[in-house]
Design a protein around this ligand. Structure first.
Ligand SMILES: *Cc1c(COP(=O)(O)O)cnc(C)c1O
Length: 427
């Protein structure tokens, strides 16, 4: 969008907002969105964009689903929020019960917060205190994997990929963890084993995004690898934290990615699609074993954490409505169709020069390039094609709302092929 197309409110406010992941001095002006409906985002100049990213993978039912609007409106009128320090309310308890019924195994205890990064912070703190409550003060480190992304707060950053996670910029400030190569073959697992043989008594937990390392590069690994990592954790008595913030709620083809490997983590983090893209909400879910380590006559063994908006009633109402939709509508069936269509329609991208890989998992399609010299320019080309696709690093990906129809999905994949063919021609 050019300055001339911007509405007055955008021109007046833009100098005062500080946007995410942005060099404010040089980045081009963002698009001014005025409404969103289904899989389309409307801009102030009247243009519609078909959404290929679900607003950072949140809007799984599309925008403005009438059922979520109805439930949130009801809650807004009765009680938007009340503190959980002393109160409980129906939306939060119903959601806790429903989530734990839906999750595999004995992931039975939900701690709510308001962002994915915070839910990860909570999981790390929970893992450390789990050991301390049993008298083990040595287990304070975490093992995580290159290519992983777990959020932007200080400890979440410490378990991210060192390159992507800005470790250089904050060297000496963020905690040093054990960030290892994700084991992908026999040698990799021998490496992980020998590392654990040396260090397991200092390790509180292994942290991993199951099946898809999303924001760190959209890299996939097999259920077998996930199962082997989980088994290794068990054998060395190290907790396993699975970060399902990106993969949860159907995105990889099952409700939760860990189900494809029959793995039950000790702690799981959820956010992004939890409210269907309407409100900020996150959850850290613990098994009985973890939860039980906090039960004691001693108050100091309780979990000392409490975000002001924890269990926000509006957000929980949105999440309950989103869970209704997963029950009433066949989202996983839709994901299977999206997977098939992405696979067939992105396949011929691999013949383009400079395309190094095309991969699809569930409702995630990735075209890996050898480089993208100007991400902003490519994003603008996508907008000109009428789609919202936000390439990053050296790849282009599609993670559309799970409700997207075949025609709209074809519109997205066509735009990807058109823009990439042009990019190849200009190389
Ligand atoms: C997005 C994301 C986070 C961080 O969530 P925020 O809500 O942005 O803080 C953490 N882990 C994973 C896997 C994510 O995709």
């Amino acid at each position: 969008m050019s300055d001339a197309d911007w509405p007055d409110w955008a021109r007046a406010g833009y100098p005062h907002v500080w946007l995410p992941y942005a060099q404010m001095q040089t980045q081009p002006l963002p698009e001014a969105a005025i409404s969103a409906d289904g899989v389309r985002i409307k801009l102030s100049d009247g243009k519609d964009l078909v959404d290929g990213t679900s607003s950072w993978w949140t809007a799984c039912h599309g925008y403005g689903h009438p059922h979520i609007i109805e439930k949130v409106t009801e809650q807004l009128n009765s009680m938007p929020h009340v503190m959980l320090g002393g109160f409980v309310h129906e939306p939060v308890l119903t959601l806790a019960k429903r989530l734990t019924d839906l999750l595999p195994g004995d992931l039975n205890h939900v701690f709510f917060s308001e962002s994915g990064s915070v839910s990860v912070e909570i999981s790390l703190k929970m893992a450390i205190q789990y050991w301390r409550n049993q008298g083990d003060k040595r287990r304070v480190k975490f093992i995580s994997f290159r290519g992983g992304y777990h959020g932007d707060t200080m400890s979440a950053m410490s378990v991210c990929d060192p390159e992507e996670g800005m470790h250089k910029l904050f060297k000496g400030v963020i905690l040093e963890q054990f960030v290892l190569d994700l084991p992908r073959d026999k040698a990799g697992f021998v490496g992980l084993e020998s590392f654990l043989q040396r260090e397991a008594t200092r390790v509180a937990a292994v942290v991993l995004e199951p099946l898809v390392q999303a924001a760190g590069g959209m890299k996939f690994h097999t259920p077998e690898i996930l199962a082997k990592i989980a088994d290794t954790c068990r054998r060395y008595d190290v907790l396993l934290i699975l970060d399902e913030i990106a993969t949860g709620f159907g995105r990889t083809g099952s409700m939760f990615a860990c189900e494809q490997a029959d793995v039950i983590p000790d702690i799981m983090t959820l956010s992004k699609a939890l409210t269907g893209g309407t409100m900020a909400l996150a959850a850290t879910v613990a098994t009985d074993r973890v939860y039980d380590a906090f039960l004691s006559d001693d108050p100091s063994k309780g979990f000392m954490h409490g975000p002001t908006y924890t269990g926000n009633a509006l957000a929980c109402a949105a999440a309950n409505a989103s869970m209704d939709l997963f029950e009433q509508e066949d989202r996983l069936g839709q994901v299977a169709l999206i997977e098939r269509q992405l696979t067939s329609e992105l396949a011929d991208c691999s013949s383009l020069a400079g395309v190094t890989d095309v991969r699809v998992k569930g409702a995630i399609g990735v075209v890996q390039l050898d480089r993208i010299p100007d991400l902003n320019a490519m994003r603008r080309r996508f907008v000109a094609e009428g789609v919202w696709v936000r390439p990053f690093g050296d790849f282009v990906y599609l993670m559309p709302p799970l409700v997207i129809g075949a025609q709209d999905l074809t519109f997205l994949t066509k735009a990807v092929r058109t823009v990439l063919a042009e990019w190849v021609a200009e190389r």
